[in-house]
Design a protein around this ligand. Structure first.
Ligand code: ADE
Length: 248
């Protein structure tokens, strides 16, 4: 997968050199290119923002540098191929595991993290006529810019790429992964030592009884979800949960 990021703070994306994403890049599984938006400005001050039409506080990002940046990035790819544009914005649709899975199947993503009050609307409108565009929010809060959202979305997507996670099974039981535990949060996990500060681990985990362990994990997941995310229980298909129970 190729990922382009256009930003006025390229250094903000440096964590993409570290850990899972950094390793995927080093292995050639992920081609990440970070671009400074100001390279597509032409005035002495490299201006990227201006006052909003209609008045109001703050500044709006000018459309011209974004248009030049996105055209240049498109031209740098295979002829006739358009990237999928991902626009981080608090007014986007919520980022979910489902969208991470959808994006992980795309060969090429371009992120356009904004600062200030956002990008002139005509940019998204213009590219949406030619490209697939997703306006995405990582949560109901307002960040100072979209760069942190790019880090979040990239990590969620990269770990789904084939061969990126060491153990192909490791995202099967993730909270929010599709499957038997769909829509349940992951329950607690334990490792050695068996006693720590007088605290034992749940006995069932030492039983070697795979059916009982699976049953216990599902119950824990269900309890945790009921306590912390009752909205997810509401959305659960009771028939699917029952089917899973009978299979144990
Ligand atoms: N930019 C500012 N806040 C954001 C959010 N919550 N999600 C995505 N991009 C953002």
């Amino acid at each position: 997968m190729r990922i382009d990021v256009v930003t006025i703070f390229p250094e903000y994306l440096e964590p993409l050199n570290v850990s899972l994403v950094g390793k995927a890049r080093a292995r050639g599984q992920l081609d990440v290119r970070v671009h400074d938006l100001r390279q597509w400005t032409h005035d002495r001050h490299h201006t990227v923002d201006d006052t909003p039409y209609g008045g109001g506080p703050g500044m709006v990002m000018k459309p011209e540098p974004w248009g030049e940046a996105l055209d240049a990035i498109e031209a740098s790819g295979p002829q006739g191929t358009a990237p999928v544009m991902v626009v981080p914005t608090p007014s986007g649709r919520p980022f979910t595991q489902r969208l991470a899975v959808e994006l992980s199947a795309k060969p090429w993503l371009v992120f356009t993290p904004a600062r200030y009050e956002g990008i002139d609307r005509r940019v998204v409108d213009a590219y949406a006529e030619r490209w697939e565009v997703h306006e995405v929010s990582i949560g109901d809060y307002v960040l100072a810019g979209g760069e942190a959202a790019v880090l979040v979305i990239t990590e969620a997507v990269a770990r789904l790429l084939p061969g990126v996670l060491g153990n192909a099974e490791s995202h099967r039981d993730d909270s929010f992964a599709p499957g038997a535990m769909a829509d349940l949060l992951e329950g607690p996990v334990y490792t050695k030592p068996p006693v720590w500060r007088d605290r034992d681990i749940p006995e069932v985990l030492l039983s070697g009884h795979h059916g009982k362990i699976a049953r216990w994990r599902r119950d824990q997941a269900f309890r945790r979800t009921s306590a912390l995310r009752p909205d997810l229980i509401e959305r659960c298909d009771p028939a699917a949960l029952d089917k899973h129970d009978r299979a144990l």
